[in-house]
Design a protein around this ligand. Structure first.
Ligand code: GLA
Length: 371
């Protein structure tokens, strides 16, 4: 845990929800958000834990109002508070974006030197989650700027999750734990396998900085956006879960396939992500294209991802010494995607993993076998 990390109970497990950016880019509207909210409920995603509905960039009008406030684009968002009420009535929460710099990444008015006014504005709309971006921030010190945001939010007296989005430029894991609830650790994800692998590698050294109320954020999910196979999306989702990453679906919930839905609501994979101990998983072995990632869970079991990054099928093996026990242990192994027990295994477990795929397991030390 980072020094003085937040413990305000607003994000005891990694926040989950939906964010408009990855699929819709700047094409956001009140209607899209309402339809997405309905689809989150209909699909079972809300009940699986996806609670924050986050409107990213391009909700803004092109200028501030005469009294200096941020205004929505009124054609697209005629009633911000009404939209919040729509979400709250459905047990969803409302997330909204702005930027720490002069302008947002899409060129709308930014919040530089208006942090207190804008946080108050967001609070007046009953916003629950603020994503603060970093475009056009020349001359600002990241830590100081986000500390100002944290104070501005506190001054509103409305609890709002603070999502820091400076793309990992200023090593936020070293300071952001006492400032915000989640912080991006990389540039923007793309809907491609190499992007997922690239971001994954950037997380390997960051596990010690994450914990309840303060999470590393490897960016929003691309599951269901069409650029990867379902096996690749399952691997992406497995990895984000073992990393204790915030899970923000970034696809069109209204039209997603059954296969996409099955990935996004996989209960035993989500349970790993949301494990209350809040330990981020780590890479414990890497041999050519095959990696083993392990996460300690509440109660002592371990979640395991066997990842094959390569272009051909490969044998992947986890031995129980890699889980912190002894190689001679016996563990009960369960497949978290198949939701099936594999059974007790001595020393370890191995399986063939298809190219660009992952298996996800839970291993629980079998005390009866040791007696
Ligand atoms: C940046 C952020 C993205 C998204 C866009 C919006 O690139 O990193 O997540 O918010 O801006 O313009």
């Amino acid at each position: 845990m980072g020094l003085g990390a937040l413990t305000d109970g607003l994000a005891p497990t990694p926040p989950m929800g939906w964010n408009s950016w990855n699929h819709f880019g700047p094409f956001v509207s009140d209607q899209l958000v309402r339809e997405t909210a309905d689809a989150l409920i209909e699909s079972g995603m809300r009940d699986a834990g996806y609670r924050y509905v986050v409107v990213d960039d391009a909700w803004e009008g092109s200028v501030r109002s005469d009294d200096g406030n941020l205004e929505p684009n009124l054609w697209r968002f005629p009633n911000m508070h009404g939209l919040a009420s729509y979400l709250h009535a459905r047990e969803l929460s409302y997330g909204l974006y702005t930027c720490a710099g002069d302008r947002t990444c899409q060129g709308y008015p930014g919040s530089r030197s208006r942090e207190f006014v804008d946080a108050r504005r967001f609070a007046s709309w009953d916003v629950d989650f603020m994503k603060i971006d970093w475009c056009h921030s020349g001359g600002l010190d990241a830590r100081t700027a986000y500390e100002t945001w944290s104070e501005a939010i506190r001054a509103t007296r409305r609890p709002m999750v603070l999502s820091i989005c400076e793309w990992g430029r200023n090593r936020p894991w070293r300071w952001a734990g006492s400032v915000g609830h989640l912080w991006r650790t990389s540039g923007d994800i793309a809907d491609r396998w190499d992007s997922v692998m690239d971001i994954l590698d950037r997380q390997a050294a960051l596990a010690e900085f994450a914990g309840p109320d303060h999470w590393n954020d490897p960016d929003m999910l691309e599951v269901g956006n069409g650029g990867m196979t379902d096996a690749e999306y399952r691997a992406h989702f497995s990895l984000w879960a073992i990393l204790a990453a915030p899970l923000f679906a970034g696809n069109d919930i209204r039209t997603m396939s059954d296969a996409t839905r099955a990935i996004l609501i996989a209960p035993e994979v989500i349970a790993v992500d949301q494990d209350r101990l809040g330990r981020q998983g780590q890479r414990v072995s890497r041999e050519r294209d095959v990696e083993v990632w392990v996460r300690e869970l509440d109660g002592g079991a371990r979640a395991v991802v066997l990842l094959n990054r390569g272009e051909s099928a490969a044998r992947a093996e986890v031995t129980w010494d890699l889980l912190g026990g002894s190689r001679a242990d016996t563990a009960l192994v369960r497949d978290l995607w198949e939701r099936q027990d594999i059974g007790p295994r001595r020393e370890g477990y191995d399986r063939t993993v298809a190219p660009h795929s992952a298996a996800m397991l839970r291993a629980t030390r079998d005390n009866s076998a040791r007696a």
